[in-house]
Ligand binder design. Sequence first.
Ligand SMILES: [Ca+2]
Ligand SMILES: [Ca+2]
Length: 190
Amino acid sequence: MSKARCLKNPQTGTINASFEPRAIGVQSFPFGTDQIIVFAVNTYERFSNAALGEYDISIDVNGDGKPDFMLFSADIGLIETGFNNGQIGSFLLNLVTGALFFESPADAPTDGSIVLMPVFASDMGISPANPRISYSVTAFDGSGSAGEAVPGTGCDRLHGRYGRQPVGRVGGGTAAARGLTNDAAPESRD
Ligand SMILES: [Ca+2]
Ligand SMILES: [Ca+2]
């Protein structure tokens, strides 16, 4: 398991405090031969339902300073059918290919202040040979406002032991193999 580090966000009231991040951290956990990377967003106040807001985490996995993936939280129903169902999920958008994958339901208990957004390391090409990420975060409160870009960049070196190298599976067969949808258009998140 990697050590959690935090990206802190001063409270500015730019967005509703229920959705304004206090801090964002990342941890990784072994999952078979893969790893699950979990981004945790801690908000200033409790939200009634985190699926009303959205967290966009832009992730650079090859150190060139440009994001390669966007992991975002959103209402699963809204993304998959166009109608909100109140359930929050974690989605991964490959910014190079435009492919969108449902990663997992996000863990965000109602009336809580923490949103946990899981993503499979192999889906982003993260491996022992390529363990470093940097990320930045933009938060939205569901009001339709422009949201708030959290200042700064978070970095982490994701540790872990792999039984194999998941090279060449970036945004590819892994999600499909898990029986997850991959046919949602990226623009459907708006
Ligand atoms: Ca702020
Ligand atoms: Ca990059």
